[in-house]
Design a protein around this ligand. Structure first.
Ligand code: FEO
Length: 577
């Protein structure tokens, strides 16, 4: 069922997906896709009031579309866009952020108009190249870059990395003074009201959204606010929920207040990298991913763009620093910024270095010596990347990030007064379990870990569940449809394997060196000295606080010695393994 209403136009389907268009400035249309019944976003984000996906069409002498919509709006959105453009060519698609709720229809748009030029950050363009399997014209933009559409629509771009993905930019139209922010300042609130006419109805959703998406990157929010402060804004055109017109400055100030409070409270790691050289940004993101697994906040700072004052502040207040060095030939360009970092650091911090230039003379080692002289702890051995980026390098860097996060957490734990084991802990510790080694291979990446929290969960299908701490390296190889092997250790014969896999491995190290293995049907390693093994496939993951519960099925298994007995693990307390 489709209905059309004039001027304030609505196109509706019977599945409670509706679409609203309205002119918000001269030559500027809002296209709001209203998803009334969506009740979940990502794993952890429960929605009470549905959501909207907002896209905008700006018509000057040239035409630009700001973001698209979710795939579920394919028919409604493309029909509406066709009506609004009335045969005019769309020259540019500005991608403020590439998560599928905003980029889900880019492929469809390119099919209709392959000549559209996509504008986005370097990270956004890289993400899209992996997401859309067809060539497209593009332009990478940074803070300060402009695009003049004519007829008063002069667009300016602002970097806003980590709000809430590393790809994010904001787009400011200096004619009507509209700031297009995609996720930033949004809320999951589905309503016919185009603007924030009833702020009191929106406050709870606005804060919940900030808490889920923005709070973990509070310092990045403050960095983006500094760039926003230089603009004169009449309207904040968000990608979710109502547009912020009536009290947009108050909404912006709330982000500032919450982020200032959060950034004082939470320790963080500052990752400095040089976006323009080699694969520095990819390595930085992989290390950040490893840190996020340990719950550590991260600030990613592009050395080529950062303000020296911000660099000094971020380097001084960080619990640890990671620095990606440019190649020797480019080193001198960034020398003043590196000196600023050196002047701001102190001996309570840890530091990790990486280099992606692939040259012969690594500038990384003199810098490493300087940090050692200043008394900083080395977070991980220097990472020297001399080949093209790959999944194995990503894994090495992610593990380096996880190591650093674990080191910081250990230090924090030691500083906290920890009560002795309570009677509850002692009672919980009476739950015993078997001893297992999980092994997994995904492409070229392999990993393994000792596990004991394993149970069978069903007969039909044959199911089991494994609890894995969120900061374990193998966690990255255990997402939906991934395969692994559960190796079951044998009583009287488990010590050598247990000792081996309990060792602390350096980032990227081969965990199977010196261990006899053979390949399972699903490609993961089987340990020759295990009592039995099961080939497993991941079905779902459940968030259980500091662990993931990996729910899986199994269809192949074998026992090496029919009389063998499974090794059993007895504990004294339930607050450790
Ligand atoms: Fe609304 Fe991060 O996507």
């Amino acid at each position: 069922m489709v209905t059309l209403i004039d001027s304030h136009q609505t196109i509706a389907t019977s599945t409670r997906l509706t679409l609203q268009t309205e002119e918000i400035a001269q030559g500027t249309m809002a296209i709001r896709c209203l998803d009334w019944d969506r009740d979940r976003f990502d794993i952890e984000f429960e929605l009470q009031n549905g959501t909207t996906y907002n896209s905008f069409l700006i018509c000057g002498d040239q035409v630009a579309l700001v973001d698209t919509s979710h795939l579920k709006f394919e028919a409604l959105y493309l029909k509406c866009l066709n009506q609004l453009t009335a045969g005019k060519t769309i020259d540019y698609l500005i991608v403020n952020h590439t998560e599928p709720d905003h980029s889900g229809l880019i492929g469809h748009l390119l099919e209709i108009s392959p000549e559209i030029k996509i504008i986005g950050s370097k990270v956004a363009i890289q993400f899209l190249q992996n997401q859309i399997h067809r060539p497209f014209a593009y332009q990478m933009v940074k803070s300060g870059d402009c695009l003049d559409l004519g007829q008063g629509h002069l667009l300016q771009f602002l970097s806003a990395p980590n709000l809430h993905w590393p790809d994010t930019i904001l787009t400011y139209d200096s004619g009507p003074q509209i700031l297009y922010t995609c996720d930033v300042f949004g809320m999951h609130y589905c309503d016919d009201s185009l603007y924030d006419e009833m702020p009191q109805l929106l406050e709870a959703d606005f804060q919940y959204y900030y808490d889920c998406l923005m709070r973990p990157n509070a310092r990045s929010v403050l960095g983006a606010l500094k760039r926003i402060d230089k603009l004169t804004i009449d309207l904040v055109a968000t990608g979710h929920g109502p547009l912020l017109l009536h009290q947009h400055q108050e909404w912006i100030e709330r982000y500032r207040t919450w982020s200032e409070a959060q950034s004082k409270a939470a320790p963080y790691v500052a990752i400095f990298y040089a976006d323009d050289y080699g694969s520095s940004d990819r390595i930085a993101r992989a290390i950040a991913q490893g840190l996020h697994k340990t719950g550590t906040a991260v600030e990613l700072i592009d050395l080529g763009e950062a303000d020296p004052h911000d660099v000094r502040e971020l380097a001084d207040a960080a619990a640890a620093l990671v620095i990606g060095m440019p190649p020797q030939t480019e080193h001198n360009i960034l020398l003043p910024t590196l000196n600023t970092i050196l002047a701001a650091t102190h001996n309570k911090q840890a530091v990790g270095l990486f280099e992606t230039g692939g040259g012969q003379d690594e500038p990384i080692f003199p810098l490493r010596n300087r940090f050692a002289e200043l008394g900083l702890t080395e977070a991980f051995p220097p990472i020297l990347i001399k080949t093209a980026p790959s999944a194995v390098i990503d894994q090495q860097c992610e593990e380096a990030g996880t190591d650093l996060g674990q080191w910081l957490e250990k230090n924090r734990r030691q500083r906290r007064d920890k009560p002795l084991d309570s009677s509850l802990d002692q009672a919980l510790g009476r739950i015993s379990s078997g001893l297992y080694i999980l092994t997994a291979r995904k492409g070229e990446a392999t990993s393994a870990m000792l596990a004991s929290w394993v149970i069978q969960t069903s007969f039909q299908p044959l199911g089991l569940a494994v609890a894995i701490a969120k900061d374990r390296a193998i966690e990255s190889l255990l997402h939906g449809e991934d395969c692994f092997v559960l190796n079951i250790l044998e009583e009287g014969n488990y010590q050598p394997l247990m000792k081996h896999f309990l060792k602390r491995f350096p980032p990227g190290a081969d965990r199977f060196a010196g261990i006899t293995t053979y390949d399972a049907n699903n490609g993961s390693p089987i340990l020759a000295d295990a009592l039995a093994y099961l080939e497993c496939r991941v079905l779902t993951r459940l968030d259980a606080g500091d662990h993931w519960i990996i729910n899986c099925s199994t269809n192949v298994g074998r026992v090496a010695h029919p009389d063998g007995v499974t090794a059993v693990h007895h504990r004294k307390a339930g607050n450790h393994y």
